[in-house]
Design a protein around this ligand. Structure first.
Ligand code: ATR
Length: 278
């Protein structure tokens, strides 16, 4: 029985066990996926213990995607570029290979528009924003990227980091300047947590103030499936993408790395319906 786990803190609402176990069951693979909540203060010690255990692979989530890097034996190019790992495969010698499947998962629903999106507003500059920002300039070939974040230093740091690996025009806009800026974008992306939990009645931005009729609004949040931001965008006739696609695509990417098999399409469709009603 191969054992897989999601490492993070806290993990209360994670859908990953349901996603992976459904695929293992469908394909008759003898494997189980569980949640492994680790208190941040105990992280390095817990990882050292796990390295001696019998694990086949891991997913890594907040707040460990960067911290886990120093425990990785072989780092795949994309994970190295983003400096964050969300998937680990353990080989038969116990070595850990680190991957980042968030990067491609984010871009996937927009790939058919690659090269046609000229400008993008990226809201947020945390861990999730880094993989997203790099995919925006490198996979979608967006020429102009504007970053806004509540804490300006993080936006500047993200912009500085991106400029090293991209020739796109990257700018930072102060958080309070956005509403009156009248700036219009082809793509609006929310990578902040505004719109979930206690802030589920809020939209981080008024999408219609920064959109034209063909603007796409992408919210990384998947719970709720339709955030206030996406409700406003849809009410204004804009096309929207929610975080469920990225969640399922990053899981499918990890599943493929671990098993060498494609994530089964019927399971994907079923999960889309049962978990997200879409
Ligand atoms: P993740 O890995 O999910 O990106 P994170 O690194 O903690 O998590 O980043 C969370 C993002 O949401 C940040 O951009 C954060 O802004 P700050 O850098 O100013 O903290 C943003 N965020 C969280 N709560 C917010 C709020 N109430 N208003 C605006 N932005 C918020």
């Amino acid at each position: 029985m191969d054992r897989y786990a999601l490492i993070g803190f806290p993990l209360g609402h994670s859908l990953s066990p349901q996603i992976h176990n459904a695929a293992f069951d469908f394909l008759g693979i003898e494997a189980r996926y569980e949640l492994l909540e680790i208190e941040p203060a105990r992280f390095d010690k817990a990882i050292s213990t796990m390295k001696k255990g019998h694990w086949a692979g891991f997913n890594v989530t907040v707040p460990f995607k960067e911290r886990v890097l120093k425990h990785i034996d072989f780092l795949q190019d994309e994970a190295a570029k983003i400096a964050a790992v969300n998937t680990i495969k353990v080989d038969k010698n116990g070595n850990w290979s680190g991957y980042n499947t968030d990067y491609r998962a984010f871009a996937r629903p927009l790939l058919d528009r690659a090269g046609k999106i000229g400008s993008c507003l990226l809201i947020g500059a945390g861990g999730a924003a880094r993989a997203v920002a790099l995919a925006v300039v490198q996979e979608l070939n967006v020429a102009e990227l504007c970053i806004v974040n509540r804490t300006p230093e993080r936006a500047s740091a993200l912009a500085g980091w991106l400029m090293k690996s991209s020739s796109a025009e990257i700018s930072v806009l102060p958080w309070n300047d956005l509403p009156d800026s009248r700036l219009i974008f082809d793509l609006l992306i929310n990578t902040t947590s505004v719109g979930m939990g206690e802030t589920s009645d809020r939209s981080v931005v008024d999408p219609l103030a920064h959109a034209h009729s063909a603007t796409v609004v992408y919210d990384l949040i998947y719970n709720p499936a339709q955030t206030r931001l996406l409700q406003l965008a849809e009410a204004g006739g804009l096309q929207t993408i929610n975080g469920s696609t990225m969640l399922l695509e990053q899981a499918a990417g990890a599943f493929n790395i671990w098993t060498g098999k494609s994530f089964p399409t019927p399971v994907l469709e079923n999960l889309r319906n049962t978990l997200f009603n879409r």
